[in-house]
Design a protein around this ligand. Structure first.
Ligand SMILES: [Fe+2]
Length: 310
């Protein structure tokens, strides 16, 4: 299948919905650490956090799962929603239209749900509502990169990568970006498939062997200095940085990772390549990072060893 045959109904990741046990710790991570704007309580009691003019980009529900429970994908209007519904029906995938109240609770005009093969609810929506309050730029002055690139990306658990990839490609119009396949120290096999649905290098990456529905989700700051300041703030706030600043070989995102209060990780990124389907050729990389992305503790150990080894 060439790129021209892919449906273009889905625009990108609209929002992330997590069920979390420790709302206060998440608030610290999202607001004080990353600089998201507190969007307050939504109609159904969820807590909303904002990256941009939209009312809700990260939604938190209190509960024991500490996991991703739903992923919002913006579609290109009602006609696009109907097109996805038609393909879902053909493929025998359950497609459920949500009530007006449900849509209002997500701050969108129209909402429907499908479930991806791994069990995460995908919420297809159109007509996102803008917030009435301005964005708080006191912490992350340059704002976040969203717009046509969507809210960010995530690395999703897919125990059968080919099956999940086919679901995203055929139903939602995702295209292959590339793969990373390699063996880490200790013999851990890495096999990640990266998929894009707009110019963002990937909106969804698929990998096996994860304890939760996701390995991490990523938000992208617009200014390099804001990435550096976020990195400083994470250490200052005692937020557990798991991977130091580094750059991936495929999306070329400059980023660091930290553990969220729910156990999975958050990636804070800057930069990164954008894909033009007319010229893009998928490839396979044999390393996860060009440089960096090291556990900070081991960097300290390496530093100490370096001083004594030499
Ligand atoms: Fe990532």
């Amino acid at each position: 299948m060439t790129h021209t045959e892919h449906p273009r109904d889905v625009l990108g990741v609209g929002y992330f919905v997590f069920e979390v046990a420790d709302l206060a710790a998440w608030h610290t991570l999202l607001v004080s650490g990353l600089g998201l704007t507190d969007g307050g309580l939504l109609a159904d009691g969820m807590r909303a956090y904002r990256l941009d003019e939209r009312s809700a980009r990260v939604l938190l529900r209190e509960g024991p799962a500490d996991d991703l429970v739903a992923l919002g994908f913006e579609v290109d209007g009602e006609a696009a929603l109907a097109a996805v519904e038609g393909r879902a029906r053909e493929a025998g995938v359950a497609f459920e239209r949500a009530s007006e109240a449900d849509a209002a609770a997500r701050c969108v005009a129209a909402l429907a749900r499908v479930v991806e093969p791994g069990g995460v609810v995908l919420e297809l929506f159109a007509g996102a509502v803008a917030a009435s309050e301005p964005l708080d730029r006191s912490i992350n002055a340059g704002g976040f990169v969203t717009g046509v690139l969507g809210a960010g990306h995530l690395a999703l658990r897919a125990d059968d990568i080919e099956r999940t990839r086919a679901f995203f490609e055929r139903l939602l119009g995702f295209r292959l970006s590339d793969h990373i396949r390699c063996e880490l120290r200790g013999g851990f096999q890495v096999d990640i498939t990266f998929l894009h649905v707009n110019a963002r290098h990937h909106s969804v990456a698929l990998g096996r062997g994860l304890p939760k529905h996701l390995h991490h989700f990523m938000v992208q700051v617009a200014a390099l200095d804001d990435l550096g300041r976020a990195y400083d703030r994470f250490f200052d706030l005692g937020l557990p940085v798991t991977q130091s600043l580094g750059r991936h070989p495929n999306d070329r995102m400059l980023s660091f990772y930290a553990k969220t209060p729910s156990g999975f990780e958050i990636e804070c990124g800057y930069g990164g390549v954008e894909i033009d389907d007319a010229t893009w050729t998928p490839t396979t990389y044999d390393q996860i990072s060009l440089w960096g992305h090291r556990p900070p503790r081991s960097m300290k150990d390496l530093h100490a060893r370096g001083r004594t080894d030499r």
